[in-house]
Design a protein around this ligand. Structure first.
Ligand SMILES: *[C@@H]1O[C@H](CO)[C@@H](O)[C@H](O)[C@H]1NC(C)=O
Ligand SMILES: *[C@@H]1O[C@H](CO)[C@@H](O)[C@H](O)[C@H]1NC(C)=O
Ligand SMILES: *[C@@H]1O[C@H](CO)[C@@H](O)[C@H](O)[C@H]1NC(C)=O
Ligand SMILES: *[C@@H]1O[C@H](CO)[C@@H](O)[C@H](O)[C@H]1NC(C)=O
Length: 463
């Protein structure tokens, strides 16, 4: 090759940059302030993610990904499962409209059927969905085969709650009400199609529920904290391995010991409510950087039960998503802020030495908060929406908002913001024990600073 061509070729290799085939990103879009898909794909590429996982099969995104090197995972919605389970024609139609227009120019590699289907477990319809799951997967797979598509695997991401116990890992078993009826057909399907077990696995949750019992170092892949499983004699140095191996042992119990694992979601929240310990930028950066180092190591590290085996991993999530309900952490899993700025530096290829990262603010909330808390209107809340939320919170009755009436101690200052804050605090204090959160459609946040003033006392909860 002439020198110029050689130089050009190496320049191209440099500018194209190395992408990480082992690490992917979940592109969740439950936000009303997120960058458009075109900009988001630029972010994904500049972060060098080799894979992206979508929660649907959005046509605009699939078109934009065409011609890129990013491997794509698309998803059948939970509500589409019953129809597809009972009709090959519907499965064919799904593949015809969501795969064929984009494939192969868009490198679709996984079709995931449903999202955490087995975690929905309160109505008859939820449980019917469990039984429709594998039949729907079979039909989607048939349809791909009949279109001669052989490099798209079919899977379904399940949450860690399918496993009854994770400690010690050797005790791992599936819940008895799904083990025979759902998990056995599922692992049989995954084994015979050489697909992956897609698992959503978050060490953050068991740690944050028992921060006194589980060491934070163990959850963040730090230090020497470890224990030995008494049955297998395997030594565990981190919580993720423990959780993964409990699933491996649960599958083994059903007679399947070779189904590869894929982490469909994992991560650590960068912020949260004051009653959610450990949700901060420092821990999130530590977890995700150490995770990437482990998952991109050459040769692969694997887990104690499966040493040396590669586990492709999707981090959750690309952005903080402000329209997710539930506790504050739900809206703070992002590697990026909604405006596209990095929450902290991260290198998905795992090549960047830890010493080159800038210092981060040290965490102040690694221990559970003890004390009083209030629920107040966010300073950026929309006043119209706040007015409606105020009426509906007060509308739940029982004199909860009596103190706001004209002439009463909390009437002044008579601003929507102030009154909504009082109503949110009163509502949260009264109903927290029944599961109410301090969310109010994104209008509210927890605070440890007493908003009371003069003779007006805001109701509080004690954490
Ligand atoms: C579903 O709920 C029942 C009753 O609460 C519980 O016993 C069972 O273990 C749950 N199943 C799964 C798969 O979570
Ligand atoms: C899993 O698949 C492999 C390869 O196709 C096969 O040899 C094995 O028997 C299967 N395992 C079970 C338990 O069916
Ligand atoms: C386990 O912990 C002990 C003592 O804390 C330490 O000496 C040992 O190196 C650790 N083992 C592993 C595999 O990290
Ligand atoms: C506030 O919300 C209302 C409807 O919920 C909307 O019509 C209005 O444009 C919003 N105002 C601002 C400033 O965003």
């Amino acid at each position: 090759m002439p020198l110029v061509a050689l130089l050009l070729a190496s320049l191209c290799a440099l500018t194209r940059g190395e992408i990480s085939n082992k690490m992917g990103i979940n592109y969740g879009r439950v936000g009303n302030n997120l960058p458009p898909p075109s900009r988001s794909i630029e972010h994904i590429q500049s972060m060098r993610a080799g894979r992206v996982k979508l929660y649907d099969a959005n046509p605009e995104i699939l078109k934009l990904l065409s011609g890129t090197e990013v491997r794509v995972s698309i998803m059948v919605q939970n509500h589409e499962i019953p129809g597809i389970a009972s009709s090959q024609a519907l499965a064919n139609e799904w593949v015809r409209s969501n795969v064929l227009p984009y494939y192969p120019a868009t490198m679709i590699r996984f079709v995931l059927v449903g999202n955490e289907v087995l975690s929905y477990n309160s109505t008859d319809r939820d449980r019917q969905l469990w039984h429709d799951l594998v039949p729907a997967m079979l039909r989607i797979r048939n349809s791909l085969r009949s279109n001669s598509i052989r490099n798209i695997k079919v899977g379904t991401p399940l949450a860690m709650d399918v496993v009854e116990s994770t400690f010690p890992p050797s005790s791992g078993r599936f819940h008895s009400d799904v083990a025979e009826s759902v998990m056995l057909p599922l692992v049989r399907f995954l084994n015979s199609t050489r697909s992956y077990f897609f698992l959503d696995v978050y060490p953050y949750f068991p740690w944050s529920q028992n921060p006194g019992d589980i060491s934070l170092d163990f959850a963040l892949f730090r230090g020497n904290s470890n224990y030995t499983d008494p049955v297998t004699g395997l030594t565990y140095t981190n919580l993720l391995d423990q959780m993964l191996d409990s699933l491996i042992f649960a599958m083994e119990r059903l007679g399947y010991s070779n189904i590869p694992l894929l982490i469909a979601e994992t991560g650590w929240p960068n912020s949260g409510d004051i009653d959610e310990p450990g949700a901060n930028i420092y821990n999130a950066a530590t977890y995700n950087r150490n995770l990437i180092k482990k998952m991109t190591a050459e040769p692969p590290v694997g887990t104690p039960a499966r040493p040396g085996v590669l586990i492709p991993t999707f981090i959750f999530s690309l952005y903080d998503e402000n329209r997710k309900g539930g506790p504050g952490t739900e809206r703070h899993w992002g590697l990026l802020h909604a405006n596209g700025g990095a929450v902290y530096e991260i290198d998905l290829t795992g090549k960047r030495p830890a010493s080159t990262y800038g210092a981060l603010p040290l965490p102040t909330n690694n221990r559970p908060y003890k004390g009083k808390a209030w629920c107040v209107a966010r300073t950026d809340a929309n006043l119209t929406d706040l007015g409606s939320a105020l009426s509906s919170a007060c509308g739940s009755g029982n004199g909860m908002c009596d103190a706001l009436a004209p002439g009463r101690e909390c009437h002044e200052p008579a601003s929507t913001f102030r009154h909504a804050s009082y109503a949110f605090s009163a509502y949260w204090a009264r109903f927290r024990s029944r599961g109410a959160t301090c969310y109010f459609d994104g209008l509210a946040e927890q605070t440890a600073r007493d908003p009371s003033g003069g003779s007006c006392k805001f109701p509080s909860v004690t954490l």
